[in-house]
Design a protein around this ligand. Structure first.
Ligand code: UD1
Ligand code: MG
Length: 449
């Protein structure tokens, strides 16, 4: 089972006008990834599969997003069968299983696609397998007409249904598997004599039955086949995707104190015995190793956090932040493109960008790496065991040697050698009694006026 070649045709033509967006619908992200890439990810485990994405004219952004998958253009859009036939050239000599998927169903799972591919290799050698589901509200979905033994006789589009057919609650999710040896021939016979004047792919079932071929259904979960065609549905899909990611994190051994307040990206990697406190948001490219603690209200993207390190509360890790073992990033600290080595502490109110902070170094509150002159970025290198006093500006490019101490309030624009002390501070002027004399004189002057 599962040995037949698969060609997946993902229908993505049209802008999705109800999204009211300049961005094609299938490129709207769910869990930080365009919807159509979720379908591609669900197809990835299939063996011997290739993908063809059907777009409208000019959708170069969609083609770029799905590359290296192939594409074909359907223009004008005359219905779902017409859309699949836009890939006629790629499909005409293909004798494996053709899977037809929609680009706007980001929640479809790999195992459901696998089940569709496998049933095509079953003993009754079906010509068509259709993913059916039982929605709470069958609304305008196509209805699946099955006979007593469960085989599929026809799909009737809602607009063409009789009142009795509208009572059927088993609906077409739109995902289909077709026998590649006959699919193009059968699709060529589909007409457009219906209320929408469209070539309905769903008509392939009646054609296959008339040829004496078997058609079958696979029942899917309504949540998985949900199509996104407006922003409300996009938010619903996001909620489901987030719930799945939270469940996966917890199943992998992470503690989420308030899971419903933590937002992951599709690619967030989380080790064991990680604790994530409430209200943490993950952008793309974050990896948390075992025993990491992320405290409340932190935002992480493009960052790697090594074992026993802690981040937050209220921390921001930006792309290229590497927080090594046991290091501490505290409140209101921003780290960008910087390595914080083992055991180093950056505890409060600090910006570290384009930098290295050596092992066990201590960065005082209010330290800023001044990495940008308005045109170029420069590096700051802080050695192991260095101590940077509070409210220090490190004007890059600058190197602070191992074990050096920088006095609080300094502006350091020259390198500091290892084990040295550097301090830049204005002179301390002290005049005993001056304030009292000043007050007395000022009060006297005011009383005269
Ligand atoms: C389709 C099914 C219906 C099913 C429903 C599930 C048909 C005829 N009907 O109806 O039985 O219950 O999906 O959601 O297949 N597309 C193109 N080119 C076209 C037309 C559509 O690429 O010419 C793409 C769309 O971008 C969309 C998908 O195909 O991703 C489905 O098209 P849509 O018009 O939404 O079909 P429904 O009327 O929802
Ligand atoms: Mg639809």
């Amino acid at each position: 089972m599962g040995d037949r070649a698969v060609a997946a045709v993902i229908l993505a033509a049209g802008m999705g006008t109800r999204m009211k967006s300049a961005l094609p619908k299938v490129l709207h992200p769910v869990a930080g990834r365009p919807m159509i890439q979720h379908i591609q990810a669900a197809l990835a485990p299939l063996k011997h599969a290739r993908t063809i994405v059907i777009t409208s004219t000019g959708q170069d952004d969609v083609r770029a997003a799905v590359a290296p998958a192939g594409s074909a253009v359907q223009d004008p859009a005359l219905g779902t069968a017409h859309a699949v036939l836009a890939a006629r050239e790629q499909l005409k000599d293909f004798d494996g299983t053709i899977l037809v998927l929609f680009g706007d169903t980001p929640l479809l799972k790999a195992e459901t696609i696998q089940a569709m591919a496998e049933i095509m290799e079953g003993p009754d050698d079906p010509a068509v397998a259709v993913l059916g589901f039982r929605p709470d509200d069958p609304a305008a979905y196509g209805r699946l007409i099955t006979d007593g033994d469960g085989t599929l006789e026809a799909i009737v589009e809602f607009r063409e249904c009789t009142e009795a057919q509208k009572q059927i609650d088993f609906c077409n999710a739109g995902i289909m598997a077709l026998d590649g040896r006959v699919a193009v021939d059968f699709m060529d016979r589909i007409g457009n004599d219906n209320s929408k004047g469209e070539y309905y792919l769903t008509d392939i079932v009646a054609i296959a039955r008339a040829e004496g071929r078997t058609c079958v259904t696979v029942e899917g979960n309504p949540e998985e086949v949900m199509g996104v065609d407006h922003r409300g549905k996009l938010a619903e899909a996001e909620a489901v995707a987030q719930r799945r990611l939270r469940e996966a994190a917890m199943a992998g051994g992470a503690t989420l104190i308030a899971p419903e307040t933590v937002f992951f990206c599709h690619d967030t990697e989380i080790g064991q015995d990680v604790t994530i406190e409430p209200h943490v948001v993950f952008g793309p490219g974050v990896k948390l190793h075992d025993n990491v603690h992320v405290k409340a209200f932190s935002h992480l993207e493009g960052a790697e956090v090594f074992p026993e390190a802690s981040v937050g509360p209220y921390a921001r890790l930006r792309p290229g932040a590497e927080i090594h073992q046991g290091a501490k990033i505290g409140n209101f600290v921003e780290v960008k493109k910087a390595t914080i080595e083992k055991g180093a502490k950056v505890s409060h109110l600090t910006y570290i960008g384009d930098a290295r902070v050596g092992a066990e170094a201590n960065i005082g509150a209010g330290t800023i790496t001044c990495n940008y002159d308005g045109y170029f970025k420069y590096r700051t290198d802080i050695g192991a065991g260095a101590f940077i006093g509070s409210n220090t500006a490190l004007v890059a490019p600058v190197t602070i040697g191992d074990g050096a101490i920088v006095g609080a309030g300094s502006t350091i624009a020259k390198d500091v050698e290892a084990d040295a002390m550097a301090l830049t501070r204005g002179d301390h002027t002290l005049k005993a009694g001056w304030a009292a004399r000043f007050r007395k004189a000022a009060l006297a002057k005011k009383a005269k006026k």
